[in-house]
Design a protein around this ligand. Structure first.
Ligand code: PLP
Length: 421
C-alpha cells in the first residue's frame, strides 16, 4: 500500500513537471520537486514529503512561508482596497514609506515592485543627479559597478553584468557603465572620472556565490565616494532587512549610503514589493512624470510591506539572524570535509563552496533534497544556506546533522583519469 502510494506520488510529480515543461519557458533549471504548501521554515511537496527551506526564495521569504500575521493583513487589505495606481493618493503609502525611511535612515522612498525595477530607478536617479547636481555634461554620466554583480534581468542591468550567459544574445546594451573588481577600493578610486555619477554595490554579493568583501571595504568605498562627489548606492535587495544579521548589511561597517535599493523580503514573502530610497538631495531630481509604475505603491503592497517591517522590528529578526547564522556557520565549519573548498557568509546568508572533483553543487543539492533540505546552487560550485530568519537554534542543529550525513555519504573524489598509453 505504502509502496503503491509512493509510486502514485512519483508519477504525479513527474506528470506535473512534464506539464510545466510543456508550457513554461525553460529559463530555469529547478530541482525535481513539486511544492504545494509552505509554513514557516517548512515546505511540502505533492507527495506529502516535508522539507526545510534553506533557500527562502532567494531571501524573499525571510519571515517564513505564509506568516499568519502577514497573511491576515494581506486578506483583510485585499478585501478592502488593493490597487489604485498613483493617479490618486492612498491611506497606506505614507505610513509604509514613513516606517521604511525611519528604519533605514533615508529621507525619501520611491515604491516599485521587483528588485530589478528598483535598481533601474536607482540608475535613473543617479544619472539625473549627475546632470543636475554634479554638472556632468548631458548624456555623459557613468556608473561604476562591480565584477560579479547581480541586480536583476532587465536589458540595461544584464548589460553591465560580468556573467557571459546573462548577456549572450541580448545586446545591444545601454552604455555608461564601468566594471571594477569587487572588494578592491583602490580599483574603485582609479575608475572614478569627473563623469562618474554613482557607484552601485552589493555589501555582500549574493548571486555571485555569497562573496563577502574584505573588512573595511565598504567604509573605504564610502570615504572615496564622498571625496569624489560620487553617489554610493547599496543594492541590498538580497542582503537587506535582517538577512546578514543587521537591518542593513552596510551597518556592519557603519556606512550610510546616499541611496539604497530594497526588495525581496520587503514583500513579506507574499508579494513583489521593492523600493529605491535616498537622501532628499538625490530623490528630489524626480519630477511628476519622470518615472512611475502602475503597481508601485499599491495599497495591498503597502499594507503587507508595513506589516513585514513591524514584524521584523518586533521580533528582532536581524539579531536572531546574527545568532542563528553564527551557529550555522560554526557548525558547517566543524564539518571540515575535504570536499569543502570555502565557507563564507554573514548572518543567515551563507555559501559553501565545494570542490567539483568531489561533487557539483547541483548534485549536492539533489542529495540534500533526498534528505529533506531544499537549497540551490549558485555558479555550479556554491551551495546557498539562507533559511527564513525565523529558523530556530534547534532547527539549525537538525539541519547541520542532515548536512553532515550528506557529507558522510559522499564518494571519494573522482580519480584523475590515467593517461592513455
Ligand atoms: C534578486 C536581486 C535583484 C533583482 O530582484 P528581482 O525582484 O528578481 O528583480 C537585484 N539585486 C540583488 C542584489 C538581488 O539579489
Amino acid at each position: 500500500m505504502e509502496n503503491h502510494d509512493g509510486v502514485k506520488g512519483m508519477l504525479r510529480t513527474q506528470q506535473l513537471i512534464r506539464n510545466e515543461n510543456l508550457h513554461c519557458a525553460s529559463n530555469y533549471h529547478p530541482l525535481p520537486v513539486v511544492l504545494t504548501r509552505g509554513q514557516d521554515v517548512w515546505l511540502w511537496d505533492v507527495e506529502g514529503r516535508r522539507y526545510l527551506d534553506m533557500m527562502s526564495a532567494y531571501s524573499a521569504v525571510s519571515f517564513g512561508h505564509s506568516h499568519p500575521e502577514l497573511v491576515a493583513v494581506l486578506c483583510e487589505q485585499a478585501q478592502r482596497l488593493a490597487v489604485t495606481s498613483r493617479a490618486f493618493h492612498n491611506d497606506l503609502l505614507g505610513p509604509f514609506l514613513g516606517l521604511l525611511c525611519e528604519m533605514t535612515g533615508m529621507d525619501r522612498a520611491l515604491p516599485m515592485n521587483t528588485g530589478a525595477e528598483a535598481v533601474e530607478t536607482a540608475l535613473k536617479a543617479a544619472r539625473k543627479w549627475g546632470y543636475q547636481a554634479k554638472g556632468i555634461p548631458e548624456g555623459q554620466a557613468r556608473i561604476i559597478v562591480c565584477k560579479g554583480n547581480f541586480a536583476g534581468r532587465t536589458t540595461t542591468i544584464v548589460g553591465f553584468s560580468s556573467e557571459p550567459q546573462y548577456r549572450a544574445g541580448f545586446g545591444p546594451f545601454a552604455p555608461g557603465f564601468d566594471v571594477v573588481p569587487f572588494g578592491d577600493a583602490d580599483a574603485l578610486e582609479l575608475a572614478i572620472t569627473p563623469d562618474t555619477a554613482a557607484f552601485l554595490v552589493e555589501p555582500v554579493q549574493g548571486e555571485a556565490g555569497i562573496v563577502v568583501p574584505p573588512p573595511g571595504y565598504l567604509a573605504r568605498c564610502r570615504e572615496i565616494c564622498s571625496r569624489h562627489n560620487v553617489l554610493l548606492i547599496c543594492d541590498e535587495v538580497q542582503t537587506g532587512l535582517g538577512r546578514t544579521g543587521r537591518l542593513l548589511a552596510c551597518e556592519h561597517e557603519s556606512v550610510v549610503p546616499d541611496a539604497l535599493v530594497l526588495g525581496k523580503a520587503l514583500g513579506g514573502g507574499l508579494l513583489p514589493v521593492s523600493a529605491f530610497l535616498a537622501r532628499a538631495g538625490v530623490m528630489d531630481v524626480f519630477q511628476p512624470g519622470d518615472h512611475g509604475s502602475t503597481f508601485g505603491g499599491n495599497p495591498l503592497a503597502c499594507a503587507v510591506g508595513h506589516a513585514a517591517l513591524q514584524l521584523l522590528r518586533r521580533e528582532s529578526l536581524a539579531q536572531r539572524a546574527a545568532t542563528t547564522g553564527a551557529r550555522l556557520l560554526q557548525g558547517l565549519r566543524s564539518i571540515a570535509h575535504p570536499a569543502i573548498r570555502d565557507l563564507r557568509g554573514k548572518g543567515l546568508l551563507i555559501g559553501l563552496e565545494l570542490d567539483p572533483h568531489f561533487i557539483s553543487a547541483h548534485a549536492f543539492c539533489l542529495r540534500l533534497m533526498e534528505h529533506g533540505i531544499l537549497s540551490k546552487d549558485t555558479h555550479g560550485t556554491v551551495v546557498r544556506f539562507a533559511p527564513p530568519l525565523t529558523i530556530s537554534a534547534g532547527q539549525v542543529d537538525d539541519a547541520l546533522a542532515t548536512i553532515k550525513a550528506v557529507f558522510a555519504e559522499l564518494p571519494a573524489p573522482q580519480q584523475q583519469r590515467p593517461l592513455a598509453a
